[in-house]
Design a protein around this ligand. Structure first.
Ligand code: ATP
Ligand code: MG
Length: 465
């Protein structure tokens, strides 16, 4: 049996021979501190953080059970092993009820001690793993990262592969839906840290007043509502990668804190004065121009330079439009499997999709394919089946007829169609309310619905919603 040394262990017993023996045996499993009375133990416990405490039930100045309750309340994740006398089975059981991990008889042999400590260590490890699992909003089940044929992506893969060999900070830039998070996961999965946690935090989705505690953790009672001691994302990601998404949303005051943590590899939990060492690789992402924010005084330049060690900008979908068929097929496969279907997309439909701007990039394409697979009744998607919003661009302009007038008409019709559809959708397909919002009479709206051939699409959308 082996375990990595590194646990913080506290042994509390008034018998010096027990303290000495435990220290001797447990030294290879972590760093061992001893206390021979309750007062010292309490002081140590409040000052330092222990993973495992071996606690004598009978202490000269304190009742072990009281101390156990106090410790469990203060730091619930510490595993406490009670040291009891053979006759004390009843008290031992009571201790377990109060949250002790297990108990060890005072006449133990070396193997008993090692085995119980290793079991506690195993539990500690799995608690940490559970926390890490929970902390990830949703682990992507399919991690395929499509590279495609564009020169830009070939270049990016080159940088990603080289960056994966190091622990250098990477700043991912790119519009929404271009695959920043996927690129971050790719980096992690191809690095030496791959078997350690990848933890993602989105700065934009955490309320301002909770960001600090989310990143660095807090001690029980350090602020109103801090009912338990909680690990921050930095500690959960220890040894692995921390993905700081939407970094531009990090408040100015916290920017300097983050910078300090990155420089010193140490965090301070709120309410705890001793710093904790962490080894975390940072990948940050933003869809905004950080340099511009620095100029505007909204983002600290020193943090920007610290993050911008390896800058990578992911191309928009229209900058790599040659990859669109690849993505369409990839998402078709994914959603066909999910919905038990066998949908195809016709070549004409594919080329129509290639003319769209894709402001929402790959995510927007994925959503469209998912929606089509879910609701389309026949087995093939033709141009007419593509929702009108995706055809407003060149397709419409090119197919509107010969004269400028015809093309303009086609374009305005198309705009009107998608505009009316959006308002209808917002108003839950209620015609009266939609007309009111649009500032037209209900009769006019009905006329437009007819003239613009909207009835079929409205039906489809309603079913879709
Ligand atoms: N190269 C790729 N290969 C396969 N799927 C991709 C790729 N890039 C993006 N996707 C898919 O597109 C969606 C959006 O990707 P991701 O969340 O990584 O984008 P993002 O840049 O982080 O977007 P946002 O800024 O909106 O958070 C995901 O569902 C992802 O699976
Ligand atoms: Mg993202």
């Amino acid at each position: 049996m082996k375990t990595k040394a590194g646990f913080q262990i506290l042994v509390v017993d008034d018998d010096p021979s027990i303290l000495e023996m435990m220290k001797f045996i447990l030294n290879s499993y972590g760093s061992v501190t001893v206390a021979d009375n309750g007062t010292d133990a309490r002081n140590l416990f409040h000052k330092f953080e222990y993973d495992i405490v071996l606690l004598d039930f009978l202490l000269p100045d304190t009742n072990g059970l009281e101390l156990l309750k106090e410790f469990k309340e203060y730091h619930p994740r510490t595993e406490i092993i009670m040291i009891t006398h053979v006759r004390d089975v009843k008290t031992a059981v009571q201790c377990i009820k109060e949250g002790a991990f297990d108990y060890l008889n005072k006449d133990f042999v070396e193997d008993d001690l090692i085995s119980i400590v290793l079991r506690a260590a195993e539990k500690l490890k799995s608690t940490k793993e559970m926390m890490y699992l929970r902390s990830e909003v949703e682990r992507l089940t399919e991690q395929d990262f499509i590279v495609g044929y564009s020169e830009k992506m070939a270049e990016i893969m080159n940088i990603l592969d080289r960056a994966a060999e190091t622990s250098a900070t990477v700043l991912l830039n790119g519009e929404s839906g271009t695959g920043k998070e996927l690129a971050a996961r790719y980096l992690h999965n191809h690095s030496k840290r791959a078997d350690k946690p990848f933890v993602a935090v989105n700065m934009a989705s955490i309320p301002d007043n909770l960001v600090e505690s989310n990143l660095f953790g807090h001690e029980k009672g350090s602020f109103t509502g801090a009912l338990k001691t909680t690990y921050g994302k930095f500690e959960i990601a220890n040894g692995g990668t921390l993905f700081l998404d939407e970094i531009a949303d990090l408040k100015f005051e916290l920017q300097s804190k983050l910078l300090r943590v990155m420089q010193e590899s140490e965090i301070e939990r709120i309410g705890k004065s001793e710093p904790i060492h962490v080894d975390v690789r940072i990948i940050a992402a933003t869809h905004r121009d950080l340099k511009e924010l620095v100029t505007a005084g909204e983002f600290r330049d020193d943090l920007f330079f610290r993050l911008n060690v390896i800058p990578i900008t992911l191309p928009t979908l229209s900058e790599r439009i040659e990859d669109l068929p690849l993505f369409v097929n990839f998402f078709l496969k994914r959603y066909n499997r999910k919905y038990g279907r066998n949908l195809k997309v016709s070549d004409e439909a594919l080329s129509a999709l290639s003319k769209y701007e894709w402001p929402g990039n790959i995510r927007e394409l994925e959503n469209l394919i998912a929606r089509l697979v879910a609701i389309h009744s026949s087995d093939e998607i033709f141009v007419e089946d593509i929702p009108i919003d995706y055809q407003i661009t060149d397709t419409v302009l090119d197919s509107g007829g010969d004269s400028h007038r015809d093309r303009l008409k086609a374009a305005t019709d198309s705009f009107e169609r998608s505009f009316i559809l959006r308002v209808l959708e917002k108003e839950h397909w209620h015609h009266e309310n939609t007309a009111l919002k649009l500032g037209i009479h209900r009769k006019t709206l009905e006329y437009k619905v007819k003239k613009l051939n909207l009835a079929k699409i409205i039906d489809q959308r309603r079913r879709d919603n």
